[in-house]
Design a binder for this molecule. Structure first.
Ligand SMILES: C[S@@+](CC[C@H](N)C(=O)[O-])C[C@H]1O[C@@H](n2cnc3c(N)ncnc32)[C@H](O)[C@@H]1O
Length: 276
């Protein structure tokens, strides 16, 4: 039960204006009257619980944030401190996998939508936007979200930043590309199957999914910044999830990394697959 709260109304009004939507537009998208939106904003009525997920999605915030005005501070990631710094922890060079997606698209990016899950500071999200894609950048870390927005402003390439937890995040529309780079280890193993099913379901036929994930190897030491809520994949997991798609690339390699300022190695598995 949500308490009637004019702060919630003010937040809805603020988020709506930030997105540049009128009450009519929001009403249209949520299939409610503009009067209903006006009542919520004035604190005279509350949105139906079932409308909270689409409302949060529309504004690019978590339900948590929509209701409380607080970011998911309790679930802050290990990178928050790094993302607050001026420099870019992950650099601004796009990843190799991001470049491969652009190569496959061969310039056919107009009106194509891409979801980048766990965007970090936005190096790939901005690159995709620069290449002409419409990008939704989903990130849990509040400082990460701020950094992506700043990078977007400075570079002049617009991305739609979604401050949300990928775990349980509902997709509303289909994408041409769903992408993640080094972030799906934050999905607890019991959650993986349904999340991959969702990513596949919300990809257009002919569209792409591309992921880089970390696999466990006995000869690779745990990275210095590996957290307790990160879970390794096993070799072959990704190919298993995409067994019914056309696999364009699937490979495993050992990469060097010096995140946390300490040189170390990761075993990674990349997949690039097309929905048939
Ligand atoms: C290893 S970083 C990779 C960042 C970016 N993809 C890149 O390659 O530069 C993983 C990212 O996933 C984000 N993340 C962790 N858990 C998340 C969750 N539950 N929902 C959304 N993002 C999450 C972290 O905050 C972090 O920015």
């Amino acid at each position: 039960m949500i308490h009637n709260d004019s702060k919630l109304g003010r937040r809805i009004a603020l988020l709506r204006k930030e997105k540049g939507y009128t009450q009519e537009k929001v009403g249209d998208l949520l299939k409610v009257t503009p009067q209903a939106i006006s009542k919520w904003e004035q604190g005279n009525a509350l949105p139906d619980t079932l409308l909270l997920p689409p409302l949060a999605r529309l504004f690019g915030v978590s339900i948590d944030y929509l209701l409380t005005g607080e970011s998911l501070a309790g679930k802050a990631g290990p990178y928050d401190g790094e993302y607050r710094k001026e420099n870019f922890y992950w650099g601004i060079q796009p990843s190799e996998l991001a470049g491969q997606i652009i190569d496959i698209l061969q310039g056919d990016t107009a009106n194509k939508r891409l979801l980048d899950i766990g965007s970090g500071e936005g190096r790939d999200a901005i690159y995709f936007a620069k290449c002409g894609l419409q990008v939704d950048a989903l990130e849990l870390s509040a400082p990460g979200v701020e950094k992506i927005k700043r990078y977007s402003r400075l570079s002049g390439y617009a991305v739609n930043v979604i401050h949300a937890d990928m775990i349980g995040y509902d997709l509303a529309e289909e994408y041409d590309v769903i992408y993640s780079h080094g972030s799906l280890q934050f999905l607890p193993p019991a959650e993986r199957r349904k999340h991959f099913d969702k990513y596949k379901q919300y990809t257009k036929t002919g569209g792409l999914n591309a992921h880089l994930i970390f696999v466990e190897k006995p000869f690779i030491k745990l990275a210095p910044d590996w957290e307790r809520n990160e879970f390794f994949f096993s070799s072959g997991d990704l190919a298993g999830y995409y067994h019914d798609w056309e696999i364009l690339r699937c490979g495993e390699e050992i990469i060097d990394c010096d995140s946390a300022g300490i040189p170390h190695r990761h075993a990674v598995n990349c997949i690039l697959a097309r929905k048939i």
